[in-house]
Design a binder for this molecule. Structure first.
Ligand code: ATP
Ligand code: MG
Length: 267
């Protein structure tokens, strides 16, 4: 059996620079029905610029944790700070909006508006900003927003597809549009829930490479989930494994072994 408590303490002390964590969860609990704890006492600190892979079996609570960390789900216990501010049921609407403004989301299903242009889809990432109705279409958007969206498309190497209809693109290209839609907000934090799961191996690898490159270029902090252990280990600084509602291990990706992974998925 792994000596998990010792490993976690040592690894965190070794990698975390001395600054305020971007996200800090202490004893975080989450239950949807007040009976079964999906997350049961999660302690997690994420520092600016880190790339964290979250792994675990189906139903282990990865998506629940991602959503809880940024206040999309209210937590049932413990404490949570995001961008230095407390996140709780009492957080004001302004606080939640502020948090979401600094966060970009990418999901397995990219949910583009198929009949709209690629550029309009990227501009949709600005919904929630003042004057949001202008984010409905690229023709309504201000010049500044269009330029931001074009920059985001250039970042994912799709500037030449800006005026194509979204459904004319391949799955991998559509996922890159979804990443551009997240980037257009100029987020400090990028949350990606199985971003490569619906892609073929090469497109999936390309998307993961793109994340690594974007995080380095824009100093974005990344938290992503994956069932592909190569993606988890090769593209993260740290790997956090969830099992039975708890953190099984939290260690540098370079020190995750086959035995750790086996332990994560063994019943
Ligand atoms: N909105 C919800 N309402 C009630 N229960 C939920 C809700 N979302 C998730 N759950 C339950 O919480 C548990 C964890 O689900 P979650 O989606 O977080 O797991 P996961 O680790 O992301 O799984 P997967 O690898 O399949 O994506 C599951 O038992 C699920 O049924
Ligand atoms: Mg999930």
């Amino acid at each position: 059996m792994l000596d998990l408590v010792t490993d976690t303490a040592t690894d965190t002390a070794h990698t975390a620079p001395p600054q305020v964590p971007l996200i800090e969860a202490r004893g975080l609990c989450k239950s949807y029905d007040r009976r079964k704890m999906i997350l049961d006492g999660i302690d997690l600190e994420i520092t600016k610029g880190e790339r964290i892979a979250l792994i675990g079996s189906n139903g282990s609570g990865k998506s629940t944790l991602l959503k809880s960390l940024i206040g999309l789900h209210s937590i049932s216990g413990g404490s949570l700070r995001c961008f230095g501010d407390p996140v709780s049921a009492q957080s004001s609407r302004a606080q939640r909006l502020n948090m979401r403004r600094q966060t970009g989301f990418v999901f397995q299903k990219h949910c583009l508006v198929r009949r709209r242009s690629v550029l309009s889809n990227v501009i949709h990432g600005l919904f929630g900003e003042p004057g949001s109705w202008r984010a409905f279409s690229h023709s309504l958007a201000s010049r500044d927003w269009r330029e931001r969206a074009m920059q985001a498309l250039a970042d994912v190497d799709l500037a030449d597809k800006a005026m194509d209809r979204a459904d004319m693109l391949s799955g991998g290209q559509q996922q890159r549009v979804a990443i551009a839609r997240a980037l257009v907000r100029r987020p400090r934090l990028l949350i990606a829930d199985e971003p490569a799961a619906s892609l073929d191996p090469v497109s999936g690898q390309n998307v993961m490479n793109l994340f690594t490159q974007l995080c380095q270029t824009h100093a974005i902090t990344l938290i992503y989930t994956s069932h592909d252990m190569a993606h988890a280990v090769d593209h993260a600084d740290r790997v956090v494994a969830l099992k039975h509602g708890k953190i099984l291990f939290d260690r540098p990706a370079s020190r995750v072994t086959r035995a750790h992974l086996q332990d994560t998925f063994d019943g």
